[in-house]
Design a protein around this ligand. Structure first.
Ligand code: ZN
Length: 504
């Protein structure tokens, strides 16, 4: 029901935006070089099972990156990475629970890490205290200070269970864990032991696989955008350990007063990821030192837990779709270059926290103020065939009204999408605007747009596969990004930056 309501709302709201694209546009001579059969062929390769889901920091991301660089070389792009290559190397830092430094025992009984107990955060934490069994999470009359609280998970409110990603059971478990953790921490517990109920127990191994991965950051990149930068800079307070145990531990844990020893140790290490960068030099001697960027990310979520017997998270829509669009645009651009130069950037490790784009803006290969437009795409091949979103097209996300106008003109001339404006609103529950690689650029005032066809139930699951892509729609999205970039690359003056823009 919700989905239909949202779609109806977007259709009525879309008309005024689309109507603003009123300036005549001549499509570039090489428009016919954008070919649906190329997009399909490349997408089946990049998102095929042989690429194993392209997980950042692994050989699988490297394999995909090498393939993309080889395509760039064949297309005829000029390398703009390090030492005459297409590659800009950097390290991601991974922090995860250390099996050797972690132990959990309750009432003298040891629990095996990942199979019997799951630490629910990747930060070091310890508690050694008597247990208290809590039967009512909402009962605030019992002080839990100095105690390790034990409680069985309860059903979360339906509205708290996300539906746009992953499986229902997994999201149900996450919501139930968050609910119980908040309730018990508020009451001052020194540690928390959560006991799975049937739904969470059914995805216990899935949660273990995700938690064992830990958390990621980029070495030498800019900080992740935060609406509250002061809060982000404060050192995180030491938090008590929170662990999840299986449902079958319930009987042993009901009796309070047992000694719980929870010791969570962490380890941290670096592994390489990479941005892939190629250029088509502009034809105008005065304008060629200004750049239009076409942006994608090559990574996805790798090999994870199986859903219906399939453990490869292919990331066909996310984001092989835009990656093959960039190759198609590059083919057209090489045939017929614009006046300004075009940079094609595949950012590594987007899925681990926009790591590649956060590295690039800290180490840009051209001055940031010479970039006249960032046209980022993420997930551009699914959902209603005639609807698409243009994020960064309305306040507070819009930082160049002129660039938005170019995109609307391009849409009117070639792609004819009804533009769904709901996903670009600061009130949208998904916060979709902040979840792709244009953000570090936009935050620094670079005119930036995010082209997308939005989330769907296969998002971040093994079901995001090449055969589920709408190739006609992907072709139109590619044409739209291409023509927008073409207009920006050939305009007498670059798209003006909106004065006083601050991302929030
Ligand atoms: Zn993505």
């Amino acid at each position: 029901m919700k989905r239909f309501a949202a779609l109806a709302a977007s259709l009525t709201l879309a008309a005024p935006l689309a109507a603003q694209g009123t300036r005549p546009v001549t499509p570039p001579p090489a428009m016919s070089a954008i070919r649906q059969q190329d997009l399909r062929r490349d997408l089946f390769t990049l998102a095929g099972d042989a690429m194993r889901g392209r997980e950042a920091g692994t050989l699988d991301e490297m394999r995909a990156s090498m393939w993309l660089a080889d395509q760039m070389r064949q297309i005829g792009l000029t390398p703009r990475g390090e030492d005459g290559t297409f590659f800009q190397w950097w390290n991601m830092r991974r922090t995860r629970v250390s099996p050797g430094a972690t132990s959990v025992s309750i009432g003298g009984h040891p629990y095996a890490l990942w199979t019997e107990v799951i630490p629910l955060s990747s930060s070091a934490a310890s508690a050694s205290a008597p247990t208290v069994f809590v039967t009512d999470l909402q009962d605030s009359t019992r002080d839990l200070a100095g105690k390790v609280a034990v409680a069985q998970l309860v059903a979360p409110p339906a509205a708290a269970v996300r539906t746009t990603t992953n499986t229902y059971q997994y999201n149900y478990a996450r919501a139930a864990i968050a609910l119980a953790t908040r309730a018990l921490m508020r009451r001052g517990a020194a540690g928390v032991i959560l006991v799975a109920e049937p739904v969470t127990d059914s995805v216990f191994n899935d949660i273990a696989i995700v938690q064992a991965r830990g958390s990621y950051d980029v070495v030498g990149g800019v900080p992740r955008f935060s609406r509250n930068p002061n809060a982000a800079r404060q050192a995180p307070a030491a938090t008590p350990p929170v662990v999840l145990v299986r449902r079958n531990a319930l009987d042993a844990l009901r009796a309070g007063g047992q000694t719980a020893d929870l010791h969570i140790g962490v380890e941290s290490f670096e592994s390489p990821s990479v941005n892939i960068i190629g250029e088509v030099r502009g034809t105008d001697p005065k304008l060629r030192n200004e750049y239009v960027i076409f942006s994608s990310h090559q990574d996805h979520d790798g090999v994870r837990f199986a859903v219906n017997g399939d453990s490869i998270w292919n990331g066909a829509d996310d984001n092989a779709s835009t990656s093959v669009a960039l190759l198609a645009i590059a083919r057209a651009w090489v045939k017929h270059p614009g006046k300004r130069s075009a940079l094609f950037i595949f950012h590594g490790a987007e899925e681990r926290g926009l790591l590649g784009s956060r590295y690039f803006v800290a180490h840009p290969v051209v001055p940031l103020d010479s970039i006249v437009a960032v046209l980022n795409g993420d997930m551009i091949g699914r959902n209603n065939p005639d609807t698409a979103a243009l994020l960064g097209s309305q306040p507070p996300h819009r930082n160049s009204t002129a660039l938005v106008q170019m995109a609307l003109d391009a849409n009117r001339a070639v792609s004819h999408f009804v533009i769904d404006s709901t996903w670009d609103r600061p009130t949208h529950p998904e916060g979709w605007y902040f979840r792709s690689d244009h953000v570090p650029y936009a935050e620094r005032g670079v005119p930036s747009l995010f082209f997308t066809t939005n989330l769907h139930p296969d998002y971040h699951t093994p079901r995001d596969e090449p055969q589920r892509i709408d190739y006609a729609k992907l072709t139109r999205m590619t044409q739209w990004m291409y023509l927008t970039g073409w207009i920006a690359a050939n305009a007498p003056t670059p798209p003006a930056r909106d004065p006083g823009f601050v991302l929030r």
